[in-house]
Design a protein. Structure first.
Length: 280
């Protein structure tokens, strides 16, 4: 068994950072900023979704999973707080968070659908973040020359996403979510999430006066579409979620575990609210 730890990251995001904080690279900065712009509303949605699932569980499943859910909520709430500070700095720099408005509108429009669909959407998005985390740990060039605070934030956030990657999936199974709807929800999340990230990245580049520069799109190709780029190299990991026998713990997270061990001075433990099952 592995402790699911809630941690407080020892960085100060109340102080400003450069517009192109990621090594002076306009695309890398805009892309990571676009992801951050989704997290405040997104993390709250994940928290609310798993809270809604608790009354739908059997007594045995609730006893087994509630400590994990509490740990998940603690970690996601911490992520939400830090990315709120991050996003406030982006707002001061003149960036417009249209991503958050679109996501919030979708959440309101779908507020009354079956809770299993909300948990399924959370599980699908958590798979995306876990895949991104695994890629980021193996591709340090994605944060080469980055502001030290933001580099630490992204690696810590990624490590914790990998750490709790299975919880929403297990909850979905426990409340009777079926494979067919899991796949439908996954495809929907794939389309909306990637579309929103792309649109917000474009928006960020436009406001940074970098949209029409050759260097911007060269960096885009390198980090997303090259052989070892984020999108191209993770097609197999994306497809894995479609398997009827898939489980998130099938994917290795040793790089994230190692980062948390090696960088323990970057955070303080706040609590250990529960235990989760170890990978098979």
């Amino acid at each position: 068994m592995t402790d699911l730890v809630v941690r407080r990251l020892l960085i100060d995001l109340t102080q400003p950072f450069e517009r192109r904080w990621n090594g002076g690279d306009a695309f890398r900065s805009a892309f990571f900023n676009a992801l951050s712009m989704s997290f405040v509303v997104g993390e709250q949605y994940f928290i609310d979704s798993l809270k809604q699932a608790l009354p739908l569980m059997s007594e045995a499943d609730r006893s087994r999973l509630e400590p994990e859910i509490k740990g998940f909520i603690g970690q996601e709430a911490t992520h939400r707080h830090l990315h709120s500070l991050y996003n406030k700095q982006l707002e001061r720099q003149g960036f417009d968070n249209a991503f958050e408005r679109r996501a919030a509108a979708r959440i309101r429009a779908n507020a009354n659908i079956d809770a299993r669909n909300h948990v399924g959407a959370t599980a699908a998005t958590e798979h995306f973040t876990a895949v991104f985390a695994a890629w980021l740990m193996k591709h340090p060039q994605a944060l080469e020359g980055a502001d030290a605070r933001l580099k630490t934030l992204w690696l810590w956030h990624s490590a914790e996403e990998a750490e709790h990657r299975a919880i929403a999936f297990d909850v979905y199974k426990a409340i009777g979510g079926d494979h067919r709807w899991r796949l439908r929800t996954y495809r929907y999340v794939t389309f909306t999430f990637l579309s929103d990230v792309f649109r917000q990245t474009i928006n960020n580049l436009y406001r940074d006066a970098a949209l029409w520069r050759w260097s911007t799109w060269k960096s885009c190709y390198t980090h997303l579409f090259a052989r070892d780029g984020l999108l191209r190299s993770n097609l197999a990991a994306w497809k894995d979620y479609l398997r009827a026998d898939f489980h998130p713990l099938d994917h290795d997270a040793s790089d994230s575990e190692r980062w948390l061990r090696d960088n323990h001075r970057s955070y303080q433990e706040v609590s250990r609210p529960g235990l989760r099952r170890a990978a098979a």
